[in-house]
Structures are given as C-alpha cells and as structure tokens.
Design a protein around this ligand. Structure first.
Ligand code: FES
Length: 224
C-alpha cells in the first residue's frame, strides 16, 4: 500500500521543518489511515516520532534555561533571609515582588532549597491573602466585603463582578486584563458599599455600576 505525507513534507524532501499546518495534516492523515486500515504504516509513524522528538528537545532546552534562572533567583532570596526568623514569609514576599505572584515552579524550587514540603509552602501562601497564585491582571477590581459594605449589598457587587469578569476572587481573567479581589474594610465605611478600581475608590456603588467601572478602566488603558 502506498501512503503519502502531506504535500509540503514531500516538497522539502524529508520535511525537516514541518510547520503546524503540516503536523495537523499529518494527524488527520493518521486518523484516516487508522480508521480505514486499522494500522499506521511504518514510514508515517517514524516521521511522527521524529517530529515529536524535535519538539520535545526544543521544549527541554527552554525548560532547562528557565530552571536555571529560577534556581539562581531562589538561592539569592534564601541566602538573603536564611538567618532571619519567619524567613519563609519574607522569601515569599520577595518572590511575589519579583513575579507579581508566586509561580508554582518557583514554590517547588523553594521547597527543595529550604528542605520543606511543598504543602507547607502552600499552607503559608493560602493562609495570607496577600500572596497570589496567579499572575496579576493589567487592572484590578477590589470589592470591599467588610461589615458596613456587606450590610449595604457588597455580596451583590461581588456576584456581578464575578459574572462580568468570569473569574472568582483571587483570580485573573484569561486575557490577563483584570484581577478580582475581595478585602475586609478599606476604611471608607461612610460610603459603603465601596469598590476600588486600579487604586481609585468608588463609594455607594450599585450593581449596575460595575460594568461601567470595568469598561472605564479598559478605556484608560487604551488611552495610554
Ligand atoms: S466595610 Fe467597606 S469600607 Fe469599611
């Protein structure tokens, strides 16, 4: 039986540089062959293996570079705070200042460097609301949920914010535009319920104000 690789592969005589479209075509072809004959011809499976190996090798090289940068940075933070009491929190602050959040791979490296369990690191991160596990957004929307704001309907503001942004508190939207936060009292109880958008406090906010506040923040960005 004769089988054909995608046209571009044939043109390049071995196709060292299979592009995405070639790979998609190859996968389609494999599926068709498997469906039709119940097996995949050897030359095709060998080519696929080669493409995957090239990709993996490239990923390993990128990962290796990342790993060494992470290791170096974590060592610097640990060396700075090693002798101090409560150093884990100080190191986590340094990491968050550097990245804007605490990336999982950095937390793993920190656990290794300090010789503590990763679960211990996450215990601390999740106990203190200050620490973030996701990258920050370009904008922030913070809903106050302290007693005064709660009594004036902050739960509705929070629900509206969640639904408009499609994320829960402590999360960032997939496009990294907005992060949603909740705090307990920002000291403006007289103007409850209050929200803070990009550092600016808004008082006596109504649920219907939330979409406008989000849009206004986005427009500010496009003016910059
Ligand atoms: S409770 Fe919201 S500002 Fe004080």
């Amino acid at each position: 039986m004769t089988t054909h690789l995608p046209a571009k592969h044939a043109e390049t005589g071995g196709g060292r540089d299979l592009k995405k479209a070639d790979e998609a075509a190859l996968l389609d072809l494999l599926e068709t062959l498997e469906h039709k004959h119940g097996f995949i011809p050897r030359e095709i499976s060998e080519e696929l293996t080669r493409v995957i190996e090239v990709r993996l090798e490239r990923l390993r090289r990128i990962q290796g570079k990342l790993d060494s940068t992470i290791r170096r940075d974590v060592k610097v933070h640990v060396a700075r705070w090693r002798e101090e009491e409560g150093n884990l929190i100080m190191i986590l602050h340094a990491i968050q200042n550097q990245h804007g959040y605490v990336p999982r791979e950095v937390a793993m490296e920190l656990a290794r460097e300090l010789g503590v369990k990763l679960a211990r690191i996450y215990e601390v991160i999740t106990f203190y609301h200050y620490f973030r596990l996701q990258p920050p957004g370009a904008h922030s929307l913070t809903v106050c949920n302290g007693t005064a704001c709660y009594l004036k309907g902050s739960a509705d503001l929070l629900n509206e914010s969640r639904s408009r942004l499609g994320v829960s508190e402590g999360q960032t939207t997939a496009d990294r535009q907005f992060q949603l936060e909740v705090v307990r009292c920002i000291g403006c109880c007289g103007m409850a319920p209050a929200v803070v958008v990009d550092g600016q406090t808004h008082g006596r906010v109504k649920t219907s104000d939330i979409p406008g506040l989000i849009e206004a923040a986005k427009k500010q960005e496009s003016k910059k």
